[in-house]
Design a protein around this ligand. Sequence first.
Ligand SMILES: Nc1ncnc2c1ncn2[C@@H]1O[C@H](COP(=O)(O)OP(=O)(O)OP(=O)(O)O)[C@@H](O)[C@H]1O
Ligand SMILES: [Mg+2]
Length: 356
Amino acid sequence: MESQGRPVQFRGSETQMVSAPSINISNKSAGASGLAIQAVNLTKKFGTRTSVDHLSFSVRQGELYALLGDNGAGKTTTINMLTTLLSPTEGEFFIAGHNGMKESEKCKDAFGVVSQDVAIYQELTAYENLAFIAELYGVPKAEAQKRIVHLLVQAGLADRAHDQAGEFSTGMQRKLSIACAVLHTPPVLFMDEPTVGLDPVSRRHIWEMLQELREQGVTILLTTHYLEEAELLADRIGIIRRGKLVMEGTIDQLRQKIQAIRSVSIDLSRTYDDADLKAKIEKMKRRVATEITFDPLRNTLFFAQPKFMPLIQFMEQVVAWLAEENLSFDKFSTCEPSLEEVFIAVTSKDTDTSSQ
Ligand SMILES: Nc1ncnc2c1ncn2[C@@H]1O[C@H](COP(=O)(O)OP(=O)(O)OP(=O)(O)O)[C@@H](O)[C@H]1O
Ligand SMILES: [Mg+2]
């Protein structure tokens, strides 16, 4: 495959001086509604199995939205529909204001995609991969040259620009695939688990790339299993389970929705007989309807704070119970649910919690 223009040489500090070409994304990334991505009752059935089930959500222009869900929840199927790879069984969607089914070519121009399986040409060099994409999208040569240089620097691949992509590590290939996805400056970017299987340093590097893209005004829909990734990067999070959106909001909103899993932990100062402790716990449960678990390894009791009981009142009940039952403790602490706990609470429930 032919690469565009003369390959640039990358030498040490010179590469650090390459500045980003100006990108004007803001005007073209959203429709009149201000929404860059909109899914309306999006549904995909494979035979009798419904993989995506009347999914509706939207991502505002410039927002980073993380779609979380366990294996088989329907994340990739959703992205495949939104990127026009799969046609929905039902429902519709809009990308940058264009109807996904009726104006699919306009949609395709408006987005870049980083798929779950890295899709780059293994036999081409990093430079050639990017140059090929530039040609594909008709990016003018001079502009393409500037952007390729910038993206190679941003991806930390400047000194490997002329090595075959097939020789790259997984992390390097993934960074190159992100560079390929954003080369034509799409206002919308879909990323299906962009950091899966990467070491912490590579993940951090990709997060930096994402943050830079967001600062440029790119709207990003990201799927991930890494909760801290969503917590760190996302403006809003949608949790999908069995193809349905079961919860959506900012991190704080999600935490508030599941206040009941804010926990209070008590480190007991000595070990107690199992059966005896169990009986005592049952008494506490009769006193306050709450979930109590005991971790024998840490000799710690965990109490879920009841949703409608203020923390102080709940603590009074716990302390009174500890005193009555002659349970001595060294330490107590309260903790807000982490996104992980929110996720587990939502994905392990049979009922839809979105109405809570
Ligand atoms: N081409 C297909 N034919 C039949 N079933 C499919 C097809 N693609 C996906 N599915 C089914 O759709 C469901 C959702 O799959 P999908 O790949 O969207 O999940 P996911 O949330 O991306 O999971 P993971 O986290 O493992 O990537 C699964 O039950 C899967 O078996
Ligand atoms: Mg997937």
